[in-house]
Write a protein that binds this ligand. Structure first.
Ligand code: NAD
Length: 312
């Protein structure tokens, strides 16, 4: 069914038909043992969906699955390292074996990466770890699940979790990965529209959400540690604690973020931005580009910049 809808001041042809029914459908969420992923999985389950929770952290995943089953939701936990193509293929196979299809895919697993102040200070292992989870995890999800979802020929939705860092001027490796996820998801949208698919997609660009992201090093593989066997430094532990304090004081709850995502799926909304205070930063970046002006120094939208300063 086609409708005329104004977009950017001029009429645009929009085809409606994506997900409106959730009861009994199947959702797969990566990074589902904690934070935003767990909240999205819980929300989908409470809408009557069968949910596959995928995560690399087995004990947290077990706890999440047990809790949701106690609430009488139909869920399955699959230990998955999204940076591995074969692990994501196994996740898809277990999903099909258990539930016979997939309607919502949230490529959400992510890590904060290192805390260096300048990009050249990052080690190649920092790059491999952060790109492996944040970008390759999304690539693997799209590459593995899209053919399955297209073959089903049913309404469905893919949500790729980027970040407000994917819209702001680049700084750390984290921002590089999130800009890439934004571009990947725009390409996905374009392909789905070209094919007149029943699938839709969104890119989630959250501001500060109160999760465990600042403790991402807990899941850094041994072979990608900068110093083999090294534990987290005192400086890094101190910074994580301050970011956590900031997130507790001013961050959005994961449940509120999940509600925004759910509404966006139902409304076929591509851009999912959880916070308005990032808008001026995005606008300034765009104006810099369009006026061929050098990058405007970043403002401290979320108070994170202050924490990143050396000696603070
Ligand atoms: P979180 O640490 O609470 O949850 C992330 C989950 O990803 C964890 O359960 C972790 O075990 C899992 N994970 C890590 N590496 C993995 C791997 N290799 N394979 C599978 N799972 C893996 O953090 P969160 O904030 O809920 O993060 C979810 C997503 O939201 C991430 O992509 C993150 O970059 C993004 N994000 C978070 C914020 C925020 O303020 N919390 C802001 C913007 C974007």
């Amino acid at each position: 069914m086609y409708h005329w809808q104004p977009a950017g001041g001029s009429p645009a042809l929009i085809r409606f038909g994506a997900m409106q029914e959730f009861e009994g459908k199947v959702a797969v969420v990566t990074g589902a043992a904690s934070g935003i992923g767990l909240a999205m999985a819980s929300r989908f389950a409470s809408e009557g969906m069968r949910v596959v929770l995928a995560d690399v952290e087995a004990p947290a995943l077990d706890a999440a699955v047990t809790r949701l089953r106690q609430q009488e939701h139909e869920v399955l936990g699959v230990v998955t390292d999204v940076s591995s193509a074969s692990a994501v293929e196994a996740l898809a196979q277990q999903t099909l074996d258990a539930y016979g299809g997939v309607h919502i895919l949230c490529n959400n697993a992510g890590v904060g990466g290192g805390f260096t102040t300048a990009i050249w200070e990052s080690s190649l292992k920092d790059w491999q770890w952060t790109m492996g989870v944040n970008l390759w995890g999304v690539v693997h999800g799209v590459h593995t699940f899209l053919p399955i979802m297209l073959d089903q020929d049913e309404p469905g939705h893919i949500v790729n979790t980027a970040s407000s860092a994917g819209l702001m001027p680049g700084n750390r490796i984290y921002g590089v990965t999130k800009h890439a996820v934004v571009a990947l998801t725009e390409a996905l949208w374009d392909g789905l529209m070209q094919r007149e698919s029943k699938l839709r997609c969104s890119v989630l660009c959250p501001g500060v959400i109160n999760t465990q992201i600042m403790f991402s090093a807990r899941n850094r593989p041994e072979e990608l540690q900068n110093l083999p066997g090294a534990s987290v430094s005192d400086a890094e532990r101190d910074r994580s604690a301050r970011v956590k304090h900031l997130a507790e004081m001013s961050g959005m709850s994961p449940d509120d973020a999940a509600a925004i995502v759910f509404n966006a799926i139902r409304d076929e909304q591509f851009w999912i931005l959880t916070h308005d205070d990032i808008d001026p930063v995005i606008r300034t970046r765009m104006e810099d580009i369009l006026s061929r002006r050098n990058p405007t120094p970043r403002t401290d939208s979320f108070g994170l910049r202050a924490i990143e300063q050396p000696g603070r």
